[in-house]
Ligand binder design. Structure first.
Ligand SMILES: Nc1ncnc2c1ncn2[C@@H]1O[C@H](COP(=O)(O)OP(=O)(O)OP(=O)(O)O)[C@@H](O)[C@H]1O
Length: 291
């Protein structure tokens, strides 16, 4: 049960809903002889769940890595948009060229991500892992926080308030003090989602958040992703293999095949696209995707 009125905005995007937030523009990426991405272009609009699908090895994780700065594309540009406070009425936006920035600068701009494999500190509690998710926003030293005086103390209290809101949104109250390593897999994935959310993202990148889950855990996770989107207003780029989940919760779907974008649009258009059916869904699986 959710118990609190939320005081903090968990989304830091200043771009009005429906306007371009992220542009992937003619991005190409090679690893030696392997062409992972071939001039991929699409736009993620603010306030959307934008899914990227495609067969194994299609380039989905590589694309996410180009957005978060782990990989540098050889060609093309990735642009993130924001508005300054006085511009939110519709003025000129600010454009950040992510492909020329290191990962920590991209994180500071509000691009948060979760990984395919759980990347949490298993000995630390849920609360401690989530507090670590606040690190990019911490201005005072760990020493000042640890000694619990002055600005360090005030900072800790403010961060703790936000973390408690994330705990409430993702219904992690019962696990707050438990070491992450002792929790069921589905709950650990939820903590990972929480840690990315603690960054107050402008854009949340989720790399197969439901991988390895049973049907019930998947349904729960889909619900939490929808809550993050609908209640907290966070824009999401989602990589997911489960077609039913993707078609149910996405506002927009981009399809990759052998590093090439072969379809891009509303889920209904995409699942009816013959190139998608041929390349990805296959004749028999396409029945699954029908409404
Ligand atoms: N660091 C790397 N070094 C060399 N090749 C890589 C590297 N990362 C990805 N690749 C190659 O790039 C191609 C795309 O891989 P990528 O992991 O992006 O695909 P994917 O769509 O995410 O696949 P999956 O659904 O299996 O996770 C593959 O041929 C892969 O082997």
């Amino acid at each position: 049960m959710r118990t609190r009125a939320y005081q903090h905005s968990l989304s830091s995007s200043t771009v009005p809903s429906g306007e371009p937030l992220l542009e992937v523009d003619a991005v190409s990426l090679r690893f030696g002889g392997v062409q992972a991405l071939r001039s991929v272009s699409f736009t993620v609009n603010s306030g959307r769940i934008h899914s990227i699908i495609g067969p194994n090895g299609a380039g989905k994780s590589s694309l996410l890595n180009c957005i978060s700065g782990l990989y540098r594309p050889q060609e093309g540009e990735v642009r993130l948009h924001s508005r300054s406070a006085e511009d939110t009425g519709g003025g000129a936006d600010r454009t950040h060229r992510l492909n020329s920035l290191p990962p920590y600068r991209i994180a500071r701009l509000g691009v948060a991500r979760s990984f395919q494999n759980i990347e949490l500190f298993s000995q630390l509690t849920v609360l401690e892992n989530l507090m670590l998710g606040r690190h990019v926003h911490m201005r005072h030293s760990v020493l000042a926080s640890a000694l619990w005086f002055g600005p360090g103390r005030r900072q800790e209290i403010a961060h703790r308030e936000l973390v408690e809101e994330v705990i409430d949104l993702l219904q992690l109250q019962a696990h707050r003090k438990q070491p992450v390593g002792s929790l069921a897999y589905g709950i650990q994935k939820r903590v990972e989602l929480g840690r990315a959310l603690c960054l107050q993202p402008a854009l949340l990148l989720l790399d197969e958040p439901m991988a390895g889950m049973n049907a019930e855990e998947k349904e729960d996770m889909a619900r939490y992703i929808l809550d993050v989107h609908e209640l907290a207003g966070v824009s999401i780029v989602l990589i997911e293999h489960d077609m039913n989940v993707v078609m149910d919760i996405s506002s927009h779907v981009s399809v990759l095949d052998f590093g090439k974008l072969i379809a891009d649009g509303h889920p209904d258009e995409v699942k009816a696209d013959p190139r998608v059916i041929e390349a990805y869904l296959g004749a028999e699986d396409s029945e699954v995707a029908q409404p």
